[in-house]
Design a protein around this ligand. Structure first.
Ligand code: HXC
Length: 516
């Protein structure tokens, strides 16, 4: 065969591979509003940057006549490319080939890109759309899943791992995305569950739809598995691209610092009036965050799950930070089971990848009640404590109003190695709120007082003035400075510069034992 013929053969084989399971299956996918694996990769990567691996790799299964149904690539497209010029390893399951089901071969292809990503220090993005284990293969397929899970765990904290769920994701298929750092799901077209509605019906007799059992909305609001419910595949992929811009390539690098045109000393007078004079009135912490960060841009994670705690990425002076903030506009910003888990996971992610933490505090405490106690608020609240205590990245804290009880300790306090701790003059740092405190302290006297309500109100005022302010903590040095709200942006940006070369470490150990 001459060179020309060899090249023609290559082009023919490539074209065959690009057809996946065939044009009819591609048409069916399109009719459902879904894209093919290659179309998804094209959306993710910079034009022309994709280099594919294992285009011609096929399965080796001989069960159930499988030897006569062989597709080049075997249900997955893998390789690498760039997103905004930075290398990313990628795999996209191809539903047109055996429903994207996971064969031994398919797992090998995923493992290859995961191994390369760790060796070369670049993120892995997985675009999932699969019917689960390849039923014809049996144990080879299960082994393939386990090989992937092992790599998910070994890569955790070494390179960022991001999953998009763009179709079915059931059975064993769910655990690999669950082991990755971020999960984005497409609303309407994707679902994640261990067992589908039919099995649920036969075991628990519950009638539940696919959407209710494992849709993007359920996982965004209830299970907390999904970080962003996307309106469409382009929306999901756009979210991933924006997310990648905040992340370093690996755990040995810092995130990129961008050129900042937003003045660091931009004083915001809006901040001076954001905290209401009534200590029990709500305000929107997100508006406060937006007022302080570069270009008013905040990239929120898990916005719909436990909204009493806000987490996400932003920049100060071009430098990337992870922001954790209580949200007084939802449940008064209280810490409960879900918000503790959400916060702890985010803090640990930032610590893995050298992303400084900025914490805004307005928290009345941990949520009381049997539901929380039975559900394990002690164990789960401890996760948040653990995460902040072990984090060695720069930690900057701004108390805007309440910092009560155990929640004061948890929210990046000086005692958990907070590096720079500021409070606004409106800060209230105390064991508990004034009302609760005087009810305990003056229970007997108030009953004897001629006007118990007036007596308690006076004691409440006295308590607030003497105890619930930032100055006692400042006298102890637990608060480094009490700052005017308008100066918050400038002070955070300056603190970040100060802490740029921070080095801190934890005692040598195999690993800690976070309360799970
Ligand atoms: C082999 C599969 C497959 C699978 C789908 N296909 N799932 N082939 N193994 N797991 C094939 C179908 O036979 C069909 O082939 C094509 O993919 C498209 O599937 P459809 O059923 O036509 O698509 P749709 O109606 O959209 O339904 C999608 C689906 C359904 C909901 C995912 O296919 C389904 O229920 N599949 C089985 C899911 C499952 O039970 N997986 C195993 C989970 S157990 P043709 O040739 O007709 O186009 C598991 C354990 C792993 O994963 C544990 C590891 C720890």
């Amino acid at each position: 065969m001459d060179t020309k013929a060899q090249l023609a053969l290559l082009v023919k084989k490539q074209a065959e591979a690009r057809l996946g399971g065939g044009q009819d299956k591609i048409d069916k996918l399109h009719a459902q509003g879904r894209l093919t694996a290659r179309e998804r990769i094209d959306l993710l990567l910079d034009p022309g940057s994709f280099e594919e691996f294992d285009t011609f790799k096929t399965h080796r299964c001989h069960n159930f006549g499988m030897e006569s149904t062989v597709y080049p690539g075997d249900g997955i497209v893998t390789g690498h490319g760039t997103v905004n010029g930075r290398i990313v390893y990628v795999y996209a399951q191809d539903f047109t080939v055996f429903g994207g089901s996971l064969s031994e071969t398919l797992a090998e292809k995923i493992c290859k890109v995961m191994d390369l990503a760790v060796k070369n220090g670049a993120p892995v993005v997985g675009l999932n759309d699969s019917g689960g284990a390849r039923i014809q293969e049996g144990v080879e397929s299960l082994a393939g899943y386990a090989d992937i899970f092992l790599r998910n765990v070994m890569s955790s904290g070494v390179v960022p791992q991001i999953s998009a769920i763009l179709g079915p994701c059931a059975g064993g298929a769910v655990y690999s995305p669950a082991l990755t750092d971020f999960v984005v799901m497409e609303r309407g077209n994707s679902y994640m569950f261990l067992t589908g509605p039919k099995v649920v019906k036969s075991v628990t007799h519950e009638d539940v739809s696919v959407e209710q059992l494992g849709g993007a909305d359920m996982h965004s609001t209830q299970s907390g598995l999904c970080d962003y419910p996307a309106a469409s595949t382009p929306d999901a992929i756009d979210y991933i691209k924006r997310l990648l811009a905040y992340l370093p390539q690996n755990n040995l690098e810092s995130p990129q610092t961008l050129v900042c045109t937003d003045p660091l000393d931009r004083a915001s007078e809006k901040l001076s009036s954001i905290v209401p004079s009534n200590p029990n009135a709500a305000y929107d912490m997100k508006a406060l965050i937006l007022e302080t960060v570069d270009d008013h841009e905040f990239f929120e994670i898990k916005a719909q799950f436990a909204p009493n705690l806000i987490v996400g990425f932003a920049r100060y002076g071009g430098a990337c930070v992870g922001i954790v903030a209580n949200q007084p506009a939802h449940l008064s910003g209280v810490l409960d089971i879900d918000s503790s888990i959400k916060g702890a996971r985010f803090v640990r992610f930032c610590d893995c990848f050298n992303i400084p933490l900025v914490t805004f505090v307005d928290v009345p405490g941990f949520l009381p009640g049997t539901a929380q106690e039975y559900g394990g608020i002690i164990r789960n609240g401890a996760k948040m404590l653990y995460a902040y205590a072990e984090a060695t990245v720069p930690k900057i804290t701004v108390i805007t109003r309440k910092a009560y009880g155990g929640a004061y300790c948890v929210m990046s306090s000086k005692h958990l190695r907070g590096d720079i701790n500021y409070s606004w003059p409106s800060g209230e740092i105390a064991v508990m709120g004034a009302k609760g405190a005087v009810e305990v302290l003056y229970a007997r006297q108030s009953k004897e007082a001629p006007d118990p309500a007036a007596f308690l109100a006076e004691k409440e005022r006295e308590y607030s003035e003497t105890v619930a302010n930032p100055y006692i903590a400042a006298q102890r040095g637990y608060i480094d400075d009490v700052i005017p709200p308008a100066a918050t942006r400038a002070r955070i940006a300056r603190a970040l510069k100060l802490l740029w070369n921070k080095r801190d470490s934890n005692p040598m150990k195999k690993h800690g034992n976070i309360p799970l």
